[in-house]
Design a protein around this ligand. Structure first.
Ligand SMILES: NC(=O)c1ccc[n+]([C@@H]2O[C@H](COP(=O)([O-])OP(=O)(O)OC[C@H]3O[C@@H](n4cnc5c(N)ncnc54)[C@H](OP(=O)(O)O)[C@@H]3O)[C@@H](O)[C@H]2O)c1
Length: 281
């Protein structure tokens, strides 16, 4: 396997790998938990040391799987988890984080995100995040599923300029953020984290993607991921519990698509020409 995974900076200057691992739907079935933890460990061995989870996934079950997988190697991991909007009052955020830390069996979450915007005022959630930061329970905080207008409001709220990332739906079939959210974040050096980067597998049967995969002697998943990774300041977090898929996904980092291949993909999966609201899964 080729060298380490390239990194991109958070606003603090800290570097994080551009390819990590997602965990949605892990921890749903107790009988699969060991296999899922093994898969995450393989991903870590392959260099995908950024792991994304959430209190929502399997009602904490995914965090428990992550806790098992990172046991004994916490120092190698950049750990991301999320608070549900329904818990995101100031005190609720702190309580939710404490519960996540118990399931993750560790003392600190590296990056703690508001899963999507809910009913609590942003300044309340930010105050909870800042309390957690001061207590050393989280190192950075950010948001998820925030469109440009939400980001504008966020950075103007007290403490809001500390936002470290926005995790959004982004892949070849979901290019809406390119119109204004991506340039807005790039200008402020806030990296975006692309979730569902292979559209949960739905885009893998696409013919154009299949042809380029053949040209590159690789798989459609690797091409789809390589395309996401070709964008500056983007971190992709595909989920896989399958060792073959994990190795394919890792290869995407070393796959450099030609200008012609990128143009072919741009033609098949058009970029937006006007503002359309951010989608979420
Ligand atoms: N913030 C949010 O609101 C939000 C929303 C959605 C997701 N997320 C995060 O982003 C992560 C990734 O998104 P996602 O899980 O929705 O979708 P995804 O990563 O685009 O796709 C995952 C699906 O694709 C399959 N897969 C993975 N690699 C493959 C490969 N090389 N070839 C063929 N199939 C492959 C996986 O199955 P196998 O396991 O069998 O490989 C799984 O069914 C999540 O797990 C979660 O951590 C965040």
């Amino acid at each position: 396997m080729a060298a380490d995974i390239p990194t991109t900076p958070l606003p603090s200057g800290e570097q994080v790998p551009v390819l990590g691992q997602g965990t949605w739907f892990m921890g749903e079935d107790r009988r699969r938990r060991d296999q899922e933890a093994d898969a995450l460990r393989l991903g870590i061995d392959l260099g995908m040391t950024l792991i994304d989870t959430a209190e929502m996934y399997a009602d904490g079950g995914a965090e428990a799987v992550v806790g098992d997988a990172i046991n004994g190697r916490r120092d190698k991991i950049f750990l991301v988890s999320k608070v549900l909007p329904s818990n995101a009052s100031r005190q609720g955020t702190i309580r939710a984080c404490d519960n996540s830390l118990k399931r993750l069996k560790c003392e600190t979450i590296d990056l703690y995100l508001l899963h999507w915007r809910g009913g609590y005022p942003l300044e309340e959630t930010i105050a909870g995040f800042e309390d957690l930061r001061q207590a050393g329970k989280i190192r950075h905080w950010g948001v998820s599923n925030f469109d440009t207008d939400d980001m504008e409001e966020l950075v103007l709220a007290p403490g809001g300029h500390h936002v470290a990332t926005n995790q959004i739906l982004y892949n070849l079939t979901r290019r809406r953020p390119e119109f204004d959210l991506m340039p807005w974040c790039r200008e402020r050096k806030i990296p975006l984290m692309a979730y569902s980067p292979i559209e949960q597998g739905r885009l893998l049967g696409n013919k154009v993607l299949g042809n380029i995969a053949k040209e590159c002697d690789t798989t459609p998943a690797a091409v789809a991921l390589a395309w996401v990774l070709s964008r500056e300041g983007i971190i992709a977090i595909p989920k896989s519990s399958n060792p073959v898929h994990l190795r394919e996904n890792r290869k995407a980092v070393d796959l450099k698509l030609s200008a012609e291949q990128i143009a072919t993909l741009d033609h098949a999966f058009a970029a937006p020409t006007r503002k359309v609201q951010l989608e979420m899964l």
